[in-house]
Structure formats: C-alpha cells, structure tokens
Design a protein around this ligand. Structure first.
Ligand code: B12
Length: 211
C-alpha cells in the first residue's frame, strides 16, 4: 500500500519512474487527485526546497526532483476539474531583461500550475516593453517576474515604470522573486508581493487575487 509519504520521498530522490508508478497506483486505488498533488508531489518538493536552501541538495538534484514532480502532475492533472483547481487565476511569468536564469522560474511555474493556476510563461530575457505587450495580449491577474542577478533586478522597476506609463499598472498584481530579491526590495519598487520560494509564490498569488 503506497502512501503520500512514499510518493514525497520518491520526488525527493528525483526518481521519475518510481513517481510515475506510485502516482498511477494511487490513482488506481481511488485517491483524491488534489491530495496526490498536495500531500505527495508538492509535499516532496517542499522538502527539496528546504534542503536546497540549507545546502544539502544541489541544482542537478533539484532539477531531477522537479522533473519527477512534473511527471506526476501530468498524470493527475486531467483528473482534476477546473472548478476543483480554483482555476481562473491567470499568471504571466518571465525572467527580466538581460537575465537568462530560468531554473527557479520554471519551478515557480510547476508549483503554480500544480496548485491550479493558469500560467503563461514567456521565458527569459524579457524587456519591459515585451512584458507590457504580453499583459495586453493575455490579460493576466498577476505578473510574476524573476531575476537572479543584482545587475538585472532593476529591470523589475523598469518594467513596473513601463506598465505605469502605458496605463497597465493597476490592471495586474505584480509579484517578484529570485535569489537577490527581498521583501524590502519588492516594497521599494512598488511591487505587490514577494515570495522566497516556488511553493509560497503559488500561495501568494491566491492571497493577492482574493483581496
Ligand atoms: C545555474 C546558474 C547559472 C546558469 C543558469 C542556467 C539556467 N537555465 O537557469 C548559467 C550557467 C547560464 C548562469 C549564467 C550566469 N550566472 Co549564474 N548561477 C546559477 C546558480 C548556480 C544557480 C541558480 C539556480 O538555478 N538556483 C536554483 C533555483 C531553484 O533557485 P532560484 O533561482 O533562487 O529560485 C527560487 C527562488 O528564488 C524563487 N523564485 C525564483 N524566481 C521567482 C519569481 C517569482 C515571481 C517568485 C515569487 C519567486 C521566485 O523560487 C525558486 C524556487 O524555490 C547561481 C548560484 C546560486 N546558488 O544561486 C548562479 C548565479 C545566480 N549566477 C551568477 C552569475 C554572475 C552569472 C553570470 C553573469 C556568469 C558569467 N560571468 O557568465 C551569467 C549570467 C547569464 C545571464 N545573462 O543571465 C551569480 C549572480 C551574482 C549576482 N549577485 O548578481 C550567482 C549568484 C553565482 C555567484 N555566486 O556568483 N548561471
């Protein structure tokens, strides 16, 4: 009998084949798809986040865990009705201009999608004008920007200024994140929120849209 703890452990180990096998067994045994995601897959990924921060896990291992988790989510996703997922929160996500780091951004996307948000990921090296154009095109509830370099974090402010200039600032809630970003920095550039990791980024979106 497979438990959610077993599944979480397989995510932590980054064993994609085992994750797929266990998710299929849990589904076949009639477990609730949302519980499989929250208690098993995200549960494991939360531990990975903590261990990575503590220096007990490294980027390649984090990526294997993220890939395993995503493989599990793919199996369960079709079983979840959009009303269960509380969908309808749309997030536009990208890494700012001059910045090519996307590992953290991709984790944020996986976490958001697996907690039911609809995410449009427009990639890396996104200029303020491109964020503005994408807001017009996709009409998201939330704009989420990632930056990993101290030299590119100011592009977040440049993007917020650009949105203000185009009259788009109040159409979206803006959240920011990435290793050099802090709550103080987010406040200083007039963002609506900051989250230190992918799991809390998803929660933050739900909180901001509730308001
Ligand atoms: C992998 C990596 C690279 C890879 C990127 C591959 C890729 N596809 O992303 C490569 C080799 C390309 C690279 C290049 C460079 N890198 Co680099 N890189 C890293 C490294 C080792 C890991 C980053 C990472 O992926 N972490 C793992 C993820 C999971 O963590 P994360 O990104 O922080 O994301 C989490 C949170 O921050 C948060 N989050 C992230 N985004 C968002 C967004 C929102 C909205 C929210 C709410 C939350 C959130 O959630 C995530 C998951 O929990 C870091 C060192 C480090 N330890 O951080 C250096 C680092 C970021 N790089 C650095 C540098 C200097 C560079 C280069 C300039 C090197 C060079 N001279 O060429 C180039 C710049 C290229 C460019 N223009 O972007 C420096 C930055 C220094 C600084 N203070 O600015 C670092 C810190 C290394 C160092 N100590 O010097 N790099």
């Amino acid at each position: 009998m497979i438990t959610y703890a077993d599944l979480a452990e397989s995510v932590i180990l980054g064993d994609e084949d085992l994750v797929i096998e266990q998710v299929n067994s849990l589904v076949a045994a009639g477990n609730n798809p949302l519980e499989i995601i929250n208690d098993g897959l995200i549960g494991g990924m939360n531990v990975v986040g903590v261990r990575f921060k503590a220096g007990d896990m490294f980027v390649p291992e984090v990526l294997m865990s993220a890939r395993s988790m995503a493989a599990g989510v793919e199996i369960v996703k079709p079983l979840i009705s959009s009303s269960d997922m509380g969908a309808s929160i749309k997030v536009l996500l990208g890494t700012v201009k001059g910045d090519l780091h996307d590992i953290g951004k991709n984790l944020v996307r996986i976490m958001m999608e697996s907690s039911g948000l609809e995410v449009k990921d427009i990639g890396i090296d996104i200029a303020p004008e491109a964020f503005a154009a994408a807001i017009k095109e996709y009409n998201p509830d939330i704009l989420a920007m990632s930056a990993l370099l101290t030299t590119t974090m100011n592009q977040m402010k440049a993007t917020i200024d650009k949105l203000a200039e185009e009259g788009l600032r109040d159409k979206v809630k803006i959240i920011v994140g990435g290793a050099p970003i802090s709550q103080e920095f987010a406040d200083s550039i007039g963002a609506d929120g900051f989250a230190p990791d992918a799991a809390s980024a998803a929660d933050l979106c739900k909180e901001l849209v509730k308001k």
